[in-house]
Write a protein that binds this ligand. Structure first.
Ligand SMILES: Cc1cc2nc3c(=O)[nH]c(=O)nc-3n(C[C@H](O)[C@H](O)[C@H](O)COP(=O)(O)OP(=O)(O)OC[C@H]3O[C@@H](n4cnc5c(N)ncnc54)[C@H](O)[C@@H]3O)c2cc1C
Length: 380
């Protein structure tokens, strides 16, 4: 059974690793990604705030050496879900099973003025460029603003505001600065009221202005104001933006999307095409767009494929759960575990921020680096 895995992010890496671990040489996986390397989402914030370097957070795909897995570095140009085949710059590939794990692309140009007058920090290039901007920042009004929904890692803008506070304090610039956080959500982490409350307290203690239920629609570079969806205007000296998200063009052109994302069975991650699965940010499965959800969905698909390889009935199903570490500033990390089940309201638990959880977050990163790339990575 040849498994064609499109995209080597959280989903594609976990799927390929699990199949290799369980099936060894009997796994027949082709894993395709256009990039040279993988960068974890939270590493972008670490680089942006000068905690580490861009080089230190890159995980090279050359290190993906696993029994039964062949990594192909190439751009996927078209996907045919009927024949489970793709055209790439390295030729055509076909699978008995196709798994689409191509994530969400970011489109800063969708927000008028963002490219010209602001800085997006959600792509690696954007976050690394923002690090240079922050390095030469001398204080002023900063907006951390979300421009559209859905967006990856809903806690990330809150973390950014808190990390920015610490950064400015460290540089002696906090007194000369204001921080505003513009978010489309009614609370920072809706499924966990306790986590939301703790974040709102942290914002208040640090003088961070929180604007819920708001989106930034455009930036006026001449007047240096952000225009919100409700018409309000907020002045800024530095705008750090979360850009619009959409599926990669190759996915949009495949005909697999409904309302912009690939619909899947929330329990099995099957698409409407036989033997074609989709996991992670590229889907509309109903969980937030975050690596931990992509990874867990990929684990379920792997388990179902392993069952199939062993001629067992398919039992593995997705439970909608994800565990997320949240930067609270002052070197402390909180943790939420949330569950999204179709037809039920999401629920979440919260662990208060602590130093100990910083070590757990570091373990989260280093354990993935070890399993997926076979490398030792100290990310703190
Ligand atoms: C600032 C920030 C902080 C974050 N923090 C966290 C966090 O703490 N915890 C967490 O769980 N998540 C976090 N995230 C979210 C997380 O990074 C994403 O949700 C996660 O990477 C999604 O995994 P995925 O496998 O669905 O897609 P991705 O990881 O995006 O992988 C998709 C892959 O497809 C490849 N690809 C796309 N198009 C093509 C093509 N045409 N040809 C070939 N290859 C292609 C890409 O190169 C990419 O490697 C954060 C995100 C950001 C931006």
């Amino acid at each position: 059974m040849r498994v064609l895995v499109l995209g080597a992010g959280f989903g594609g890496l976990e799927l390929s690793t699990r199949l290799s671990e369980e099936l060894g040489d009997e796994a027949d996986v082709i894993l395709i990604d256009k990039s040279d390397d993988f960068i974890m989402g939270f590493s972008k914030l670490d680089v942006m705030f000068g905690r580490t370097t861009a080089e230190a957070v890159r995980h090279s795909y050359a290190d993906v050496v696993k029994p039964g897995v062949r990594f192909v570095q190439s751009v996927i140009r078209s996907i045919d879900p009927d024949s489970r085949s793709v055209e790439t710059d390295a030729g055509r590939f076909e699978g008995d099973v196709l798994v689409v794990a191509l994530g969400a692309d970011l489109d800063p140009s969708a927000t008028p003025g963002l490219v010209e007058a602001g800085h997006e920090f959600y792509t690696p290039a954007g976050a690394f460029a923002a690090a240079k901007v922050l390095d030469s920042f001398t204080g002023g009004r900063v907006i951390v603003g979300v421009t559209s929904t859905p967006f990856k890692c809903p806690p990330a803008p809150s973390e950014t505001a808190l990390m920015l506070h610490d950064f400015l304090v460290g540089r002696g610039l906090r007194e000369a600065s204001e921080i505003s956080l513009v978010m489309p959500l009614g609370s920072p982490i809706p499924p966990s009221p306790a986590a939301s409350e703790a974040l709102l307290v942290a914002f208040a203690e640090r003088g961070i202005t929180w604007s819920p239920d708001s989106l930034v629609r455009s930036l006026d570079g001449e007047r240096r104001v952000a225009v919100l969806a409700d018409g309000r205007e907020l002045p800024f000296d530095l705008f750090l933006g979360v850009p619009a998200h959409r599926v990669p063009d190759v996915v949009a052109e495949s005909g697999m999307c409904v309302d912009g994302w690939i619909p899947v069975d929330p329990l099995t991650l099957e698409t409407t095409y036989p033997d074609v699965y989709a996991v992670g940010d590229v889907t509309s499965v109903g969980t937030p767009k975050a690596g931990v959800f992509s990874e867990r969905q990929a684990g379920v698909v792997a388990d179902r494929l392993i069952e199939r390889h062993r001629s067992e009935a398919g039992h593995a199903t997705y439970d909608g759960t994800g565990l997320c570490y949240i930067e609270f500033g002052s070197d402390r990390i909180g943790r939420v575990e949330v569950t999204f089940r179709s037809g039920q309201p999401p629920v979440g638990t919260f662990n208060e921020p602590s130093q100990e959880l910083r070590e757990r977050k570091a373990d989260f990163g280093s354990s993935r680096a070890k399993r997926w790339f076979g490398t030792d990575w100290a990310n703190h």
